[in-house]
Design a protein around this ligand. Structure first.
Ligand code: FNR
Length: 383
């Protein structure tokens, strides 16, 4: 087997080892996938400036995100159905992140529950919340995240209505589930994946099943989920959730300076410039293109983070040089997980760290916090 040297290598293995319907679920964007594509290609427009004869010893990528120590400013983004990419996927990813010293964010739509992940980790992780209409459920899940000592709540604001992904519909990954005969056959032939799934102890959407009223199995879960995303979400509700939670709050899905200012007003600790990895509003600009305008609007009042399209340590470093205080990877670590479980997530983190550290050195910087706009060239018409 060829050596794994970059995220693309992990992606190829992920594709080979995981049933098509779950690989496609990860590797797709909404409608024409324009935003999904540009999220990655727009990073190519930013270039680094090479420096020489600069002392490169004693470098560090360690810094802080929302006041918490991180080995590098790269968190694992919340990803739904992670446990379908690999058995116990959320637990494995959380363990890899913990060992590496970066935050892991557990999605509301995860297979393993908050309690499952807490049982298998020793340090606090972050919990991502979708705003649901069921108030009792909302209060309860926030309490569960508090009980599990989650150290930040990542509130996702850009998915009150679902962006349409053609591949998921064609694969039958829909509500209700309607896998095609081809997909069922494909699942049956992925032995390594299937054996792993059989070994898991009936974990199924543990954040919701058994906790939301009337949700006891997969059938009732799908019906409940389809009608629960709160179409009436507004900034007052965000403020209420902030109060209920009482801890560090990160608002995810901010793509406009005006919304960033609102996030400052409600007292969030950080925002994530994110278009959900191109899975929601197709035709939106890439996150990296929106970052400068959002930093100009609020960059000194709130921590600005970014995700969508980061596939290398160089991508993450470009965002940091522009002024972001943190980045998140979604697919980059899911490829690792699907390829090789916990080891694959560790590989993804190691690859990204190495790329970040080496690039930083070649830019003449020894500390990640000193990377800034002087290290990059951004086209005049970038945004
Ligand atoms: C996501 N994302 C996401 N976000 C969120 O807040 N809750 C969720 O449950 C999910 N689920 C999800 C599933 C899959 C398969 C993907 C790829 C993404 C969005 C995620 O947190 C993040 O914003 C993007 O993944 C970032 O883009 P990249 O790094 O994947 O390009």
């Amino acid at each position: 087997m060829a050596a794994i040297t970059n995220i693309n290598d992990l992606k190829r293995q992920h594709k080979r080892r995981t049933p098509k319907m779950f690989y496609d679920y990860c590797e797709s964007g909404s409608w024409t996938e324009q935003t999904f594509r540009e999220n990655t290609t727009d990073f190519d427009q930013i270039r680094f400036k090479q420096r020489v004869a600069v002392d490169m010893q004693d470098r560090t990528t360690a810094t802080k995100m929302i006041g918490q120590d991180v080995a590098m400013p790269v968190a694992l983004a919340p990803v739904g159905l992670t446990g379908m990419q690999c058995a116990d996927g959320e637990i494995k990813a959380a363990k890899a992140a913990e060992k590496f010293g970066v935050p892991f964010t557990l999605s509301t739509m995860s297979v393993c529950s908050i309690e499952d992940v807490a049982k298998h980790t020793t340090k606090p992780f972050w919990f991502q919340l979708y705003v649901m209409r069921d108030q009792a459920f909302l209060e309860n899940i926030i309490q569960r995240a508090k009980d599990a000592k989650c150290s930040a709540l990542v509130l996702t604001l850009d998915l009150q209505i679902l962006g349409q992904r053609h591949k998921d519909l064609k694969n039958g990954l829909s509500v209700p589930l309607r896998p095609s005969a081809g997909n069922i056959l494909d699942v049956a032939t992925k032995w390594r994946w299937g054996i792993g799934m059989l070994r898991t102890q009936n974990k199924s959407f543990g954040n919701i099943v058994g906790h939301a009223k009337g949700v006891s199995d997969m059938g009732s879960l799908f019906t409940w989920t389809a009608e629960q995303f709160d179409l009436q979400l507004d900034w007052d509700k965000v403020a209420k959730i902030k109060k209920m939670w009482g801890g560090p709050l990160i608002l995810k899905g901010i793509m406009e300076p005006e919304d960033a200012r609102k996030a400052v007003e409600v007292g969030a600790d950080a925002i994530v410039v994110s278009n959900h990895g191109g899975r929601q509003l197709d035709g939106a600009l890439s996150s990296i293109k929106m970052l400068p305008a959002i930093l100009d609007a609020v960059g000194n009042q709130i921590e600005v983070h970014i995700d969508s399209g980061i596939r290398s340590g160089q991508d993450a470093l470009k965002a940091i040089a522009l002024g972001a205080k943190g980045t998140y990877i979604g697919r980059a670590y899911i490829h690792g997980l699907g390829a090789n479980g916990e080891t694959g997530v560790t590989q993804a983190l190691q690859i990204i760290h190495k790329e970040m550290d080496t690039t930083m050195a070649l830019c003449g910087r020894r500390h990640i916090e000193t990377m800034d706009k002087d290290n990059i060239l951004v086209p005049r018409d970038f945004y």
